[in-house]
Design a protein around this ligand. Structure first.
Ligand code: ZN
Length: 266
């Protein structure tokens, strides 16, 4: 399909910028840009962000950054029905999708709202290619499916991080995930089949409200260190520099005085 005529430079009144090299570095507020997509898809995006401003404690954002909408290639980007969300900037809060490991709760609160508007949402947990953005398209319906890897990963992560009901986050809907899901649904006063559209939509809203209602955790130094190791592990999995970075970090962590200091937090 050739490029749609329709484009936007803002959504729900908020500027949408491009923040990828060479235009601007990732995780910055980026530069003004024209995002081409079908008009119906733009309206879905606008409704999604409109709801996010209402539910999120930070309210209306100042800038949204995206790695692109229409691209001349196969898939939903090529149909003018795809959007890649990199980051959202509020006056007092930067949300960068790549930072999932350091604050999964807030990330999942945002993802829950996106999932109320779009069937296909691929993020950090899905695979390495989606560590630094949410891929969003309307190629599948807004519904839960036990056989959808991305939906099950999201559910398992929400159970674990938002509701403190830890389950194995493997994308496979088994007994453990099912038991934990229905326990939490019961706890928050919802019942029915998760594959029922109305229940899924209500559960998503509960996930976002619960996530956004939690005070942002003040991490202790040992927890920050664990996050650092996790980030190196996931970000540098295939990198030659991983071993050297870990070695230097280990020298710091294993130092007698560091150990003494870390010991004070146990
Ligand atoms: Zn994409």
């Amino acid at each position: 399909m050739s490029r749609p005529q329709n484009y936007f430079t803002e959504l729900s009144g908020i500027p949408v910028h491009y923040a990828r090299p060479p235009v601007a570095p990732y995780a910055t507020r980026g530069r003004s840009y024209r995002f081409y997509c079908l008009e119906a898809f733009e309206q879905k995006l606008a409704a999604c962000f409109e709801e996010l401003w209402q539910v999120c404690p930070y309210g209306q954002a100042e800038v949204i950054t995206s790695a692109g909408a229409y691209v001349n290639k196969a898939g939903y980007h090529g149909l003018g029905r795809g959007f890649d969300l990199d980051a959202i900037f509020w006056p007092d809060k930067d949300f960068i999708t790549l930072d999932y490991p350091s604050n999964p709760v807030f990330y999942l609160g945002i993802e829950a709202i996106i999932r109320r508007h779009f069937g296909t949402v691929l993020g950090y947990l899905y695979n390495r290619a989606h560590h630094d953005h949410f891929h969003i398209d309307d190629g599948s319906s807004v519904a839960f499916s036990r056989t959808s890897k991305s939906r099950v990963l999201f559910l398992q992560s929400a159970l674990t991080h938002v509701f403190a009901e830890p389950v194995l986050i493997d994308g496979i809907y088994g007994n453990q995930t099912s038991t934990a899901t229905y326990k939490i649904l019961n706890d928050i006063g919802l019942s029915g089949d998760l594959e029922d559209d109305a229940l899924w939509s209500q559960f998503l809203l509960s996930i976002s409200e619960s996530a956004f209602g939690q005070a942002l955790p003040e991490l202790s130094p040992p927890e920050i260190l664990r996050n650092l190791y996790t980030t190196i592990d996931t970000e540098l999995a295939d990198s030659e520099s991983r071993k050297r970075i870990e070695t230097v970090l280990n020298v710091f962590v294993d130092h007698e005085q560091t150990q003494e200091w870390l010991g004070t937090f146990e």
